[in-house]
Write a protein that binds this ligand. Structure first.
Ligand code: PLP
Length: 230
């Protein structure tokens, strides 16, 4: 089952890359495994996937020690400052930084562990009240501020587009994030690169790739629906 799902997602990614004239190697597939048991993660790992996304510190804490060491773990969910210490130095990338205060805490924990922590700035592109993320307008200032923290490195932007039935509805949002990343790159801010654009989920990852995504976060499309009532 999972193998077939993954094959389908992979096929779609290749199609979207082809349509956009992009090389497949430009896009990293992150398997979003939140709520799913490690047996399922292992199955996907055995198919060659090395990037996994989780949205809870507690779940990361449980899964990381029992899964193979060469996995790159991505923290994609809202992160509370008091939990940063549990994942600092252990995850490959924190996608969900949207305040200076959070970045400051990441910097403190990174210093303690003598590491540099790569992060993305989460942008609430459609200004949905239910979602975290800085506004497009505030993003540049936030990037400039955070860039001064010695032990964090901004690598790009992340966004969660609205939940829509037709992915085309999100195309302009994705395009807007891409443009924002170009604007930020053109400012040549020290310690800031805009190489990563984390956007696109099960419902809209093909459109996101066409608009420049370099990381897509796919959960349901690989692992099936999530059951939160268990
Ligand atoms: C759950 C989640 C995803 C994956 O969502 P699907 O629609 O299941 O692909 C992607 N990104 C974030 C931030 C998530 O929390």
């Amino acid at each position: 089952m999972l193998k077939e799902n993954l094959a389908q997602v992979e096929k779609n990614i290749e199609l979207a890359c082809k349509k956009a004239g992009r090389d497949r190697s430009e896009v990293t597939l992150i398997a979003v495994s939140k709520t799913k048991p490690v047996e399922m993660l292992q199955e996907i790992y055995n198919e060659g996937i090395r990037d996994f996304g989780e949205n809870k510190v507690q779940e990361l804490d449980q899964k990381m020690p029992v899964m193979p060491e060469d996995i790159k773990w991505h923290m994609i969910g809202h992160l509370q400052r008091n939990k940063v210490k549990y994942i600092a130095g252990k995850v490959a990338l924190i996608h969900s930084v949207d305040t200076y205060r959070l970045a400051e805490e990441i910097n403190i924990q990174a210093k303690k562990k003598n590491v540099i922590i790569p992060i993305l700035i989460e942008v609430n592109i459609a200004q949905e009240e239910s979602k975290f993320g800085t506004s497009k307008e505030d993003a540049i200032l936030l990037v400039e501020e955070i860039s001064k923290l010695e032990n964090v490195r901004i690598k790009g932007l992340m966004t969660i587009a609205p939940n829509v039935s037709d992915p085309e509805e999100n195309r302009l949002y994705f395009r807007g994030i891409k443009q924002l990343s170009v604007d930020i790159r053109n400012k040549n801010i020290d310690n800031v690169s805009m190489d990563i654009l984390s956007m696109g989920m099960t419902g809209d990852y093909m459109v996101a790739i066409e608009e420049g995504a370099t990381m897509v976060r796919v959960g349901t499309g690989i692992f099936g629906e999530r059951n939160y009532n268990k």
